[in-house]
Design a protein around this ligand. Structure first.
Ligand code: CMP
Length: 147
């Protein structure tokens, strides 16, 4: 069983799409173990997107991610990391497949709706970054073990 980190980005919050995106995750059968709204500051955004620090669009990503609060989620399930990435779609909504979250709700790379961890190692680091080991809840659903 894997757990992954998801951020619902400022455009998702501003456009009233929090519920729509979370529904996609729940409908797939993924379990929500943690959920919190947070206003990101410069330090956490810089750390989170450290690998993009030399890109020309780095300042605009930082501005975007701090524009309004985001919603952080810890989500688990079988093969959750790859499953969430499939649901999410390609980074650029213009290249995402129809039916994916980024295609269905996003239009440009400047507002791509959602962030999802890209590997088990990244998920571990990112979960600690946004949840600090607290507020992640383990609970059973009737169908756990079947899905
Ligand atoms: P995310 O999945 O959070 O991971 C890296 C982020 O960088 C990505 O989503 C986009 O928000 C952003 N990004 C990647 N490439 C570009 C680009 N060419 N122009 C602007 N933003 C980008």
């Amino acid at each position: 069983m894997e757990t992954t980190l998801i951020l619902l980005k400022p455009d998702t919050v501003e456009r009233g799409l929090i519920g729509e995106v979370i529904s996609r995750l729940e409908q797939k059968g993924l379990k929500i173990n943690g959920l919190k709204m947070m206003q990101l500051d410069d330090a956490i955004v810089t750390e989170h997107y450290d690998f993009l620090a030399d890109k020309p669009f780095f300042p605009s990503i930082k501005e975007y991610m701090m524009r309004t609060p985001v919603v952080a989620l810890a989500v688990s399930g079988q093969n959750a990391i790859a499953t969430v990435r499939m649901l999410t779609g390609a980074t650029n909504p213009q290249e995402a497949l129809p039916g994916s979250i980024r295609w269905d709700f996003g239009l440009t790379i400047d507002g791509n709706i959602i962030h999802a961890s890209d590997s088990a190692e990244t998920a571990q680091t990112e979960l600690k970054r946004f949840f600090k080991g607290e507020n992640i809840f383990d609970y059973s659903r009737g169908f756990d073990g079947i899905l």
